[in-house]
Ligand binder design. Structure first.
Ligand SMILES: *Cc1c(COP(=O)(O)O)cnc(C)c1O
Ligand code: SF4
Length: 343
């Protein structure tokens, strides 16, 4: 039987408890046009969405994320991350469609093996938010598996390589997979004896905190694999009460949570914004892991911040916060055996 990756909520609602699929219902209510964003935030006179930008990469914003954007403020740091701006359509030298040359590291359907001991599995192209700076915005998602059977070649590759001890579920966003699909994937992975850890890279705990429900936490803690969660938040305003509770549910049950952020012009490229982000994270027991230099993806050049400025900000953080609150400022270079720390 083929299992659709995104189980249709109206079908699965009957079989599963209300709370375990609430997130899927909420997802259906997401905002999907720039015009809607403008109207809901009272910005008709202030900004105009670009049709071309939205055609290149559609708008998608959960109501939960929307509720954290300040109405009437065209420069809101959360709005900037999701608003389709005309600046995206400018062609800029050095910004291409596969900045990390992932195509050359892809072993088979969705499996990317670049670093020792760990592989990245692109599980789905779907996300609960479309970040305008996303480095996978041009990723050929139609090439990746769309049912559990199609992951078999990737699973076989992992099983055949005993040097692999950790699998990263990435995307898109792996928590967009419905629980039954995720469960089957985790089952298949944990039956590979040499695997020790499962890492889940997801923005859903931030943009749709109801995804972190008891069913999910139960599934993750039931695995024989050690599970780590890496979330993605760029600004303290993203981390409201509901997000804090969801992250707390993971951490209380023994799942460590790390955060990665992207350094983005007009979002978090000032010392106060970054300090607030890191302080809020450690208050929630989340470790700031990486601060990424923007990958040079076409359409995102207006978010770029220089390495020098990034280093200055990290130095600033060091003078203000405990050592464990300061993320590593990194850049991904296609030909390196790990992410490169910028100093
Ligand atoms: C970033 C990345 C990883 C994980 O790297 P860590 O430094 O372990 O967080 C693994 N595989 C790929 C392809 C990556 O891009
Ligand atoms: S959630 Fe991650 S993968 Fe999805 S659009 Fe945002 S940055 Fe890209």
């Amino acid at each position: 039987m083929k299992v659709p990756i995104l189980a249709n909520p109206t079908n699965s609602v009957r079989a599963r408890s209300e709370s375990s699929v609430r997130w899927q219902v909420q997802l259906k209510n997401a905002v999907r046009t720039g015009q809607q964003l403008v109207e809901l935030l009272g910005l008709q006179d202030a900004i105009t969405p670009s049709h071309q930008a939205a055609a290149d990469f559609p708008v998608f914003v959960t109501r939960e994320f929307l509720s954290r954007i300040r109405p009437g403020d065209p420069n809101d740091p959360l709005l900037r991350q999701v608003f389709p701006a005309a600046s995206e359509t400018a062609a800029v030298e050095g910004f291409g469609s596969d900045p990390l040359q992932e195509a050359s590291f892809t072993r088979c359907g969705g499996l990317i093996h670049k670093y020792a001991g760990r592989v990245l599995l692109v599980t789905t192209g779907a996300c609960a938010i479309h970040c305008r700076y996303c480095f996978r915005r041009h990723f050929p998602y139609s090439d990746i598996p769309h049912s559990i059977d199609q992951w078999q070649p990737a699973l076989d590759e992992i099983a055949a390589d005993e040097s692999i001890e950790e699998v990263l579920l990435s995307g898109g966003d792996p928590l967009m997979l419905a629980d039954p699909v995720l469960e089957r994937l985790i089952d298949a992975l944990q039956s590979i004896p040499h695997l020790r850890r499962l890492r889940i890279h997801s923005r859903l705990p931030i943009v749709l905190p109801s995804r972190v429900n008891d069913a999910l936490v139960g599934m993750l803690t039931a695995s024989r694999l050690t599970v780590w969660m890496v979330v993605h938040s760029n600004h303290a305003n993203e981390l409201d009460e509901a997000v804090g509770q969801g992250l707390g549910r993971l951490i209380d049950r023994g799942i460590p949570v790390l955060n990665q952020a992207v350094l983005l012009r007009g979002v978090n490229d000032d010392l106060d914004a970054l300090t607030d982000l890191c302080r809020r994270l450690i208050d929630l027991r989340v470790t700031p892991y990486y601060l990424h230099k923007l990958d040079q993806v076409a359409g995102a050049a207006h978010f770029d911040v220089s390495k020098e400025r990034g280093c200055e900000l990290i130095e600033g953080l060091r003078t203000r916060l405990p050592g464990y609150a300061v993320p590593r400022f990194v850049i991904e270079q296609p030909d390196q055996p790990s992410k490169t720390t910028i100093v």
